[in-house]
Design a protein around this ligand. Structure first.
Ligand code: FHN
Length: 433
């Protein structure tokens, strides 16, 4: 009897320790969070064997392709035109400070030379090279940080069981499996990524939403990551408020606090650094038929709005199976870079400004300067609420001409000559007293 009581007590204590795990981010981690908050703009890359079919990264599931058939794809994946240098230069010229690339998407195919599974780019494709290694080396050289997107959901692994909402019967897997074995495999693959590719800026998880209430062993996985690379930031696209052990919060295709896409009904905004991701056209992975590219104006305004919401913008491209990025996307990124050369100062290193987003735009702030980004306004004067600080001067950021302003009980009225209004972003720099 006493023995039983003792065991029960022990189990209770162990459970308590688990439930009360309190994550203490390392000093490097905190420093990297700060860097992340200042970085503002990153390149998202969805690339895998699915690009061969030119129908997005969900093609296996959407076309219900059995694993046996899908496994024929790697033999056609030969991205001989892949040039890590060109990709990194493109990102840098666009004003981006980091890259987040899919190490493994839901189809389970590893884009690096994994030792725990031969279902990878080196062992199964005629190309036979580790693209993540090449990219990591180039990023290091060019001072661009590299994150790995890693799908927890896996449509191929037999032990991903019980199955979630996707990757069902059509895959041809047996109706049994051991989820713990799958998670061991996932941890082993993450260990490879965190030990063989230099400093990894972070792991960007996706897929928990496939089995919302499963035990994903987050504590074990997150502890492993923080132990292997204490500086690496952990984030997860579970569409919920952050869990213990995470270092940043992400939003998919929506600004923080919005839910236009339906992904974020449970997204409570936490205190962690934020990021929102969006596609450059309508697809994540390469889609041959998708020509609904966003405009320069839409993309710049999304970046500016994200900054106003204190979030980074992670903008996605889906490279083609030959390893090149679509010329239309290269051009759009270049245009964003050109704009940032002129206006970057009003975004990089800033935080969300003193005013919450308005119909007309957003504000960003750095020390005693507030940047008012007018994204939609047609009149010659704009009344903004006051936030209790006095204004010393107001200047049109573009050409440094003074802007007339009036502070009274109604707020601050800015008078902007109509011809100075810019249809993309009219930035007024306010210097505070
Ligand atoms: O299913 C994925 C999708 O393919 C893509 O990777 C996006 C990126 O945020 N996330 C998932 C959907 O939530």
């Amino acid at each position: 009897m006493r023995k039983l009581l003792l065991v029960t007590l022990l189990l209770f204590l162990l459970h308590g320790a688990y439930a009360q795990w309190k994550y203490e981010p390392s000093p490097e981690n905190l420093k990297n969070r700060e860097w992340f908050q200042q970085a503002k703009f990153g390149l998202f890359i969805h690339w895998g064997v699915y690009s061969v079919l030119g129908d997005g990264e969900w093609v296996m599931h959407q076309q219900q392709i059995p694993i046996k058939t899908y496994e024929k794809l790697p033999a056609f994946f030969n991205p001989t035109e892949f040039d890590a240098k060109a990709w990194v230069k493109m990102a840098k010229d666009a004003g981006m400070k980091y890259i987040t690339i899919t190490s493994k998407h839901h189809d389970g195919f590893a884009m690096w030379d994994s030792k725990v599974s031969d279902y990878n780019i080196v062992k199964r494709t005629p190309y036979g090279k580790d693209v993540l290694k090449m990219l990591a080396d180039e990023c290091r050289k060019e001072d661009i940080k590299l994150f790995f997107y890693h799908s927890q959901l896996d449509w191929r692994h037999p032990d991903y069981f019980p199955r979630g909402n996707t990757g069902g019967n059509y895959t041809g897997r047996p109706d049994r499996g051991d989820m713990n074995k799958y998670l061991d495999y996932m941890d082993a693959q993450l260990t490879e990524l965190l030990t063989g590719y230099g400093d990894v800026a972070g792991i960007w998880f996706d897929g928990m939403w496939d089995k919302k209430d499963a035990d994903w062993r987050l504590e074990k996985t997150y502890k492993l990551i923080h132990q292997l690379q204490p500086g690496a930031l952990v984030g997860s696209n579970h569409h919920r408020a952050p869990y213990e052990g995470e270092d940043f919060q992400m939003f998919e295709k929506d600004l923080p606090g919005h839910n236009t896409t339906g992904f974020s009904p449970e997204q409570k905004i936490g205190m962690l650094p934020r990021e929102t991701c969006e596609t450059i056209n309508q697809s994540w992975g390469f889609n041959l038929k998708d020509d609904r590219h966003k405009s320069r104006k839409e993309l710049i305004q999304y970046l500016v709005k994200a900054a106003g919401y204190d979030a980074n913008f992670l903008l996605n491209v889906g490279p083609m199976p030959n390893g090149k990025i679509q010329p239309e996307h290269i051009e759009l990124l270049k245009q964003m870079g050109d704009w940032l050369k002129q206006y970057g100062e009003t975004l990089y290193g800033t935080r969300g400004g003193p005013l919450t987003a308005r119909d007309w735009g957003v504000t960003t702030q750095k020390e005693n300067k507030v940047y008012v980004h007018i994204l939609k306004w047609y009149d010659a004067s704009l009344l903004i609420p006051s936030w209790g600080k006095k204004i010393k001067s107001a200047t049109l950021f573009a050409d440094k001409t003074p802007v007339k302003f009036l502070e009274n009980q109604y707020g601050i009225t800015l008078s902007i000559p109509k011809e100075k209004l810019d249809e993309v972003d009219t930035v007024i720099e306010l210097e505070l007293k």
